[in-house]
Design a protein around this ligand. Structure first.
Ligand SMILES: [Zn+2]
Ligand SMILES: [Zn+2]
Length: 179
């Protein structure tokens, strides 16, 4: 099965090892993708654990699950990082071991658009997320929403947002009965 995060890899070798805690994401983008897949598969424990310590304070598995209720997350697009940025999502976590890591936190920004259905409507969430390396692991801190978030109309015959090369109505649109 193709991974929920819309990479071209199977779930088993993409996000599943991270969600199961067998492996740890080596980039902010991998963490972002695995958090999306965790939302798609209702693994709220993973969502909670991959927030920064500071953000975990005010959260619980129950309220994460409650906030996500009713939404069916079905597609993700990760936007290309700025080529000249030293802090884009592919910055490797290995740098965390460097001696100066205490004085300067390792951060990255990943911009993405995630798509979901709720009450038979289609929505997009367009966010630039801030990630920080804590204890050698990438964690999600917070994000800035872009102005185009919200309910959208998407053409039935357009290529699906998941990148499958199928028409929307023959792909993810099938998960929503109004399409
Ligand atoms: Zn994945
Ligand atoms: Zn699709």
């Amino acid at each position: 099965m193709r991974c929920y995060c819309c990479s071209s890899k199977p779930f088993k070798t993409c996000c599943e090892p991270f969600i199961k805690g067998v492996e740890f994401p080596s980039s902010a983008e991998q963490l972002m993708r695995s958090r999306f897949s965790a939302y798609a598969t209702a693994h709220y424990q993973y969502i909670l654990e991959t927030y920064t310590k500071e953000k975990q304070q005010g959260l619980s598995i129950e309220n994460l699950a409650q906030n996500a209720q009713g939404a069916t997350w079905f597609a993700l697009q990760v936007h290309p990082a700025f080529a000249d940025s030293s802090v884009h999502g592919n910055a490797k976590v290995e740098a965390a071991d460097e001696a100066d890591s205490h004085s300067k936190p390792i951060t990255a920004i990943v911009e993405f658009t995630a798509y979901y259905f709720e009450n038979k409507n289609m929505y997009q969430l367009h966010e630039s997320s801030n990630f920080i390396v804590e204890e050698g692991k990438w964690r999600y801190h917070d994000g800035e929403l872009h102005n185009d978030c919200g309910k959208i109309k998407y053409g039935r015959n357009l290529p699906c947002v998941c990148g499958s090369n199928k028409k929307f109505k023959q792909c993810c649109g099938l998960k929503n009965h109004s399409y």
